[in-house]
Design a protein around this ligand. Structure first.
Ligand SMILES: [Zn+2]
Length: 380
């Protein structure tokens, strides 16, 4: 069984625990995280009390589904600081997303969470991509779209493994020629990689096709994507076709075209192995919920609302009910890694429909009432 520090210190080892050890380890780190937040976060404690859940009583992986979840829609509220376990003064970064419906979501992280997330991401990238050196061409969307996808930070950290890089910030007038110039310049000097959301890489592929340009990247070149097609759904193609096009037009092996899944409110980033299965980090657990009854975990194999339990976060409870839909598989992947594999099926409607047992309003009201009563008690 591995502690959180051991997992972060050796991400590769954490991905090949025996299935039994994986279950014990992930249960242990998530129980500790829940105990931490319950002790320090009044709002989370109120949820535990309302559900009659004692995090200390969790002793089996099947107990994890009992933990209260925070619907991601709550991060859009102006009073979202209620969700914090750390103090506002300890917040190091505030990541904002415009959200698909225009209301900003704010994820606040303290320095401990940032350090853990950075270490976890670098370990994950090195585990799955085996990258050391080379040149990365980053096709970044404009700020508006990048913040919506919350991907710039994740991409910037990926940059740390390359010897050289170029950023292309692209909007509607994506400059495919500039992208090709960078790739041509690096030819013969460094292994070339392309990183970006699928819709921008899709535009580069269309440009190559329309201009009948042949660009052969290198034997170990990778194409790494995150963020989906977003509002460019008209251009969306199935993942297998996308990989085939990357192979046909850029000579990148389909096994080296890798997608990732994550969201701004969570530290969880699931990365594809060469078999295109998105592995959940060993410090996270995915629970699939019945959309009509989100308190209930679906039986294995069922497709429903994705809940993410993350042990890294000390700034707020990393136990989130997302708006996304998907399913999860548990066991040993053909690549040899154990744990969970997540199949993302689609973004939900973004309504943040899930509710906590105790709403923010009710929690704040109860605290105000308690404060109002306090002087009377002192007088008595
Ligand atoms: Zn795998």
């Amino acid at each position: 069984m591995l502690s959180l520090a051991q997992m972060l210190g050796n991400v590769s080892q954490a991905h090949v625990q025996s299935p039994d050890d994986w279950a014990l380890s992930v249960t242990d780190v998530l129980r500790d995280a829940a105990i931490y937040h319950q002790a320090r976060n009044g709002f989370y404690r109120a949820q535990c009390d309302a559900l009659g859940v004692d995090p200390a009583a969790i002793n089996d992986i099947n107990d994890l589904q009992d933990l209260p979840l925070l619907p991601v829609g709550m991060f859009k509220r102006p009073d979202a600081q209620v969700l914090l376990t750390c103090s506002l003064a300890d917040v190091e970064t505030e990541t904002q997303s415009s959200g698909t419906h225009g209301v900003q979501s704010v994820a606040r992280r303290n320095s401990e969470t940032m350090t853990r997330a950075l270490v976890g991401l670098i370990g994950t990238y090195r585990e799955f991509f085996n990258l050391s050196g080379g040149a990365g061409l980053f096709l970044n969307p404009t700020d508006a779209e990048a913040s919506e996808m919350g991907l710039l930070k994740d991409f910037n950290i990926l940059n740390s493994v390359f010897d050289h890089h170029a950023y292309l910030v692209a909007d509607q007038a994506f400059d495919a020629r500039a992208a090709l110039e960078h790739l041509s310049r690096w030819k013969g000097h460094m292994t070339r990689h392309i990183i970006g959301p699928p819709f921008l890489i899709g535009r580069l592929l269309r440009f190559l096709e329309q201009e009948r340009i042949t660009m052969r990247l290198d034997p170990y070149s990778m194409i790494i994507t995150l963020g989906g097609w977003k509002r460019h759904t008209a251009d969306a193609i199935p993942a297998e076709d996308f990989r085939q096009r990357c192979h046909d037009l850029l000579a990148v092996r389909p096994g080296n075209v890798r997608d990732m899944y994550g969201m701004i409110e969570s530290n969880m980033l699931a990365v594809e192995c060469h078999l295109h299965r998105k592995h959940v980090p060993p410090w996270c657990y995915i629970s699939i919920r019945d959309p009509g009854q989100v308190g209930k975990e679906l039986a294995p194999g069922g497709s429903g609302t994705i809940a993410i339990l993350d042990a890294l976060n000390t700034s707020y409870p990393g136990f989130l009910l997302t708006d996304d839909v998907g399913d999860v598989e548990t066991g040993t992947c053909g690549c040899g890694r154990t744990g969970q594999v997540i199949n993302f099926r689609g973004r939900g409607q973004g309504g943040g429909l899930g509710n906590c047992p105790v709403s923010i309003e009710r929690y704040l009201d109860s605290r105000t009432a308690a404060n109002d009563e306090a002087p009377a008690l002192v007088k008595a």
